[in-house]
Design a protein around this ligand. Structure first.
Ligand code: GDP
Ligand code: IMO
Ligand code: MG
Length: 424
């Protein structure tokens, strides 16, 4: 029997999960998403194709791979149908290669309106949600009101939809939120539900566990990042699911003792999109340069991402929560040609030096304590061997490995599949 490996983000999302899952997929039989929904934007680049996936696992472009959307994911039929159509245009056999858990919850048009209404009501305190309806859908899941994918093949689906919709309309009344768009949103929703009915709907917990018994290899793909986790992230500026490794257990039905490798992926610096604390954020030329060189714009919303240097206390926290066994560092190429690079080793907080994320990070400033390191002048995007990487970058890697006590096994030097360097 095999164990399932997990790949997840250690920062605030957008670490390059999509790219690396696509690179690793040939080693796996099954790629399974375990949480989040279309708030995710996972970018893959190969053979002059650039493709952004939102709900569909990043194994989809490799032949002979089964892609599963697990029970922990929330699905908007509208986004999923659009994703499926664009994959069909690229000749991907969607019917064959995607299976969807019947237990995954559905995002309704009124969930999206509730997301927007809630954000509007928060004013300056808004989370900076992607407005995809994620929060309200998970609220209905835990509130035991939700509709699930398996419900769309039942005869009473419309009746149950109407019941939930009326609850939402009551709430929207309280927010005094306009409903002008609802009728159009609903007609697209029901059209899209019809196309989802054609997909293979399964009890994914059984199929994943059966596959592991048959020695098939499973990779669970995370969305968002550990610092956006509902329990351990910078609450309330978080998403509404468990983005950490434990989420793969509940989001796919994999027992904790059946988890194998945990790949933790991080950018060589930090970014965050949306509101919330970001101790190492830069507001200077270096920050602008990271944003420009790294093309730091959200893959789902197009919003500019906030940028800063690497945050070691935050990384250590994420590694602890996830039990990371191997690290993957992306976007090393973006640090080329800086005069110097910095890392935050500790925080100064209420007059003390600390190396952890404090509870009330929201209300109090934590000031980073920096370590400067030598940069390098070499363009990395054409490097094809670890041996050709500049010594200064390898010093950075060695320093991080010492601090984090986990080996960095992959270094990514560009968005394309080919720009990926594996270390022994
Ligand atoms: P994800 O949400 O974790 O899958 O990451 P996103 O796709 O939202 O954002 C990562 C962005 O960086 C995408 O545009 C990728 O194509 C790109 N990318 C991934 N790895 C690298 C890398 O090593 N270098 C550069 N320059 N870009 C990368
Ligand atoms: P991937 O999988 C980066 C952020 C939003 C917002 C907060 C809550 O591509 O890494 P939500 O829509 O979940 O209510 O938003 O979380 N956020 C992400 N940031 N990458 C993502 O996904 C994100 N998904 C949500 O910007 O701050
Ligand atoms: Mg993304």
């Amino acid at each position: 029997m095999t164990k399932a490996d997990v790949l997840l983000g250690l920062q605030w999302g957008d670490e390059g999960k999509g790219k690396i899952v696509d690179v690793l997929t040939p080693e796996y039989d099954i790629i399974a998403r375990f949480q989040g929904g279309p708030n995710a934007g996972h970018t893959l680049e190969f053979n002059e194709i650039k493709h952004v996936l939102h709900t569909i696992p990043s194994g989809i472009f490799r032949p002979d791979t089964q892609n599963i959307i697990g029970n922990g994911v929330v699905i908007d039929p509208v986004t999923l149908a659009i994703e499926i159509d664009s994959l069909k245009e690229l000749n991907v056999d969607v019917q064959e290669s995607i299976q969807v858990s019947k237990k995954a919850h559905l995002i309704l048009p009124t969930h999206r309106l509730l997301d927007a209404a809630s954000e509007r009501a928060k004013g300056k305190e808004k989370i900076g949600s992607t407005l995809k309806g994620i929060g309200p859908t998970y609220m209905d899941k835990t509130g035991r009101n939700g509709l699930r994918v398996g419900d769309i093949i039942e005869n009473n689906f419309k009746e149950r939809y109407d019941n939930l919709k009326s609850k939402h309309l009551e709430l929207l009344k309280n927010y005094d939120y306009p409903l002008d768009e609802l009728a159009d949103m609903e007609s697209v929703f029901f059209e899209s539900v019809n196309s989802i009915r054609e997909l293979t709907l399964i009890d994914s917990e059984h199929s994943v566990n059966r596959s592991m018994t048959e020695n098939k290899k499973v990779l669970a793909e995370g969305a968002q990042g550990s610092l956006l986790d509902i329990d351990f992230g910078s609450y309330p500026f978080v998403t509404s699911s468990n983005t950490i490794c434990a989420g793969a257990c509940t989001g796919l039905g994999i027992a904790p003792n059946k988890i194998g490798e945990v790949y933790g992926i991080f950018k060589a610096y930090c970014t965050r999109v949306g509101s919330g604390p970001f101790p190492t954020e830069l507001f200077d030329e270096d920050g602008k340069r990271l944003a420009t060189k790294g093309h730091e714009f959200g893959a789902t919303t197009g919003r500019p991402r906030r940028c800063g240097w690497l945050d070691i206390p935050a990384l250590k926290y994420a590694i602890m929560l996830n039990g990371v066994t191997q690290l993957i560092m992306t976007k090393a190429d973006v640090l080329s040609a800086f005069d110097e690079i910095k890392v935050c080793t500790h925080y100064k907080y209420k007059g003390e030096t600390i190396d952890y994320f404090p509870y009330d990070v929201i209300n109090n400033d934590v000031e980073p304590i920096w370590k400067s390191m030598k940069a390098w002048d070499k363009d990395l995007t054409n490097v094809t061997s670890i041996d050709d990487l500049p010594q200064e970058l390898m010093d950075y890697v060695t320093y991080l490995e010492q601090e984090l006590q986990v080996p960095i096994k992959i270094i990514s030097v560009g968005p394309r599949r080919s720009q990926t360097l594996l270390r022994d």
